[in-house]
Design a protein around this ligand. Structure first.
Ligand SMILES: NC(=O)c1ccc[n+]([C@@H]2O[C@H](COP(=O)([O-])OP(=O)(O)OC[C@H]3O[C@@H](n4cnc5c(N)ncnc54)[C@H](OP(=O)(O)O)[C@@H]3O)[C@@H](O)[C@H]2O)c1
Length: 309
């Protein structure tokens, strides 16, 4: 079973923060062009043995595109994860002032679960709170936590994704949440890459405690593919792969990482991302890559400055 999954953040909507998009995406980002681009990446992923797809309400029409593809191809052996919390407000424009608005409330949960179910029916295996942070109202909202527990009781795995410089704190606090005397969340999705590994220890604890750990932004929104640090580039040359593959191989080298998401925007990007599974980095190389880490505050400040294009 491949540990690489595919995420649709860059494909479900015309604009996103990832760098280097122009080469990979359709020149004209119409709904139909992005649907076709999404299906091409999903077909390439499925053919390569990828069996995890991650979407979100805020990724524009990602759930709609995914549902259409599942219906057309008839695949039943995939794990489908999606997220609620952010609403897409970009009106399919690349120059929108605001593309997504976050709200962790019972109303938002109920409304978005209904939207997700209308599109994906019972195909959602994992439903996650989108971008949980320590100041989220969810931590004090028993009615909301109860509603999420009801969804879990129906057999859907419930989880959360994290964002920002305090991911580790968020992971530990969220996994302490209980419903009916049992841990509520059984999956966690966090940013981990060679620039921003700060959530590592908390995620290892999460795995040890039985949670499924999903890693995102393995390429720092493309920065590690488009403008790789020298040591990453050199390792790529040694292994005869792209720097994207080495960066993702560093994530795959983590024993507690259950799924590592590729955010490829094209089948060509996906192919080079998946080369990560064909190499293994030796301890010296992993040590050298560890020295690329930057303070989490700097990483998230730089990320926040990335333009939506
Ligand atoms: N808060 C959350 O819950 C959250 C946040 C972020 C991501 N995610 C999930 O994690 C998934 C992956 O995250 P991510 O998209 O940020 O991933 P990432 O791996 O950090 O960046 C992916 C981007 O890197 C660039 N890229 C990839 N391969 C390349 C190659 N071979 N050559 C040149 N550029 C390349 C592409 O940018 P271009 O598109 O610009 O070409 C691609 O979109 C998302 O799809 C989503 O499912 C969740």
């Amino acid at each position: 079973m491949r540990r690489m999954g595919i995420g649709l953040a860059a494909l479900g909507r015309p604009a996103y923060i990832n760098v280097g998009r122009d080469g990979a995406l359709p020149a004209d980002r119409t709904v139909e062009a992005m649907r076709a681009a999404t299906w091409q990446v999903l077909d390439a992923a499925y053919a390569a043995g990828v069996r995890w797809v991650d979407a979100a309400r805020s990724y524009g029409r990602s759930e709609e595109f995914l549902a259409g593809w599942l219906g057309e191809r008839g695949h039943r052996d995939l794990t489908i994860s999606s997220k609620w919390g952010y609403a897409y407000v970009g009106d399919w424009r690349t120059d929108a002032d605001v593309h997504e608005v976050k709200e962790h409330s019972l109303d938002r949960f109920r409304a978005q679960l209904a939207e997700t179910r209308r599109l994906l029916g019972d195909r959602v295996d994992v439903y996650q709170v989108h971008s949980l942070t320590p100041d989220s109202p969810i931590f004090g909202d028993t009615a909301l936590l109860h509603a999420i527990a009801e969804l879990a009781a129906e057999g859907v795995r419930v989880g959360f994704s994290t964002s920002g410089p305090a991911q580790a704190e968020t992971v530990r606090r969220a996994l302490d949440l209980e419903a009916g005397g049992r841990r509520l969340f059984t999956t966690v999705q966090s940013t981990w890459n060679v620039l921003e590994p700060s959530a590592g220890a908390a995620l290892a604890e999460a795995h040890a405690g039985g949670a499924h750990v999903i890693l995102k932004e393995g390429l720092a929104n493309g920065r590690l593919a488009v403008d790789p640090p020298v040591s990453l580039h050199r390792a790529a040359e040694r292994h005869g792969v792209g720097s994207d593959a080495v960066a993702l191989a560093a994530a795959l080298a983590l024993p507690w990482a259950g799924t590592v998401l590729s955010g490829a925007a094209s089948a060509a990007q996906l192919r080079t991302n998946l080369a990560a599974e064909t190499i293994s980095l030796d301890p010296d190389e992993l040590d050298e890559l560890r020295s690329l880490a930057v303070p989490a505050a700097d990483y998230w400040r730089d990320r926040a400055a990335l333009p939506w294009t």
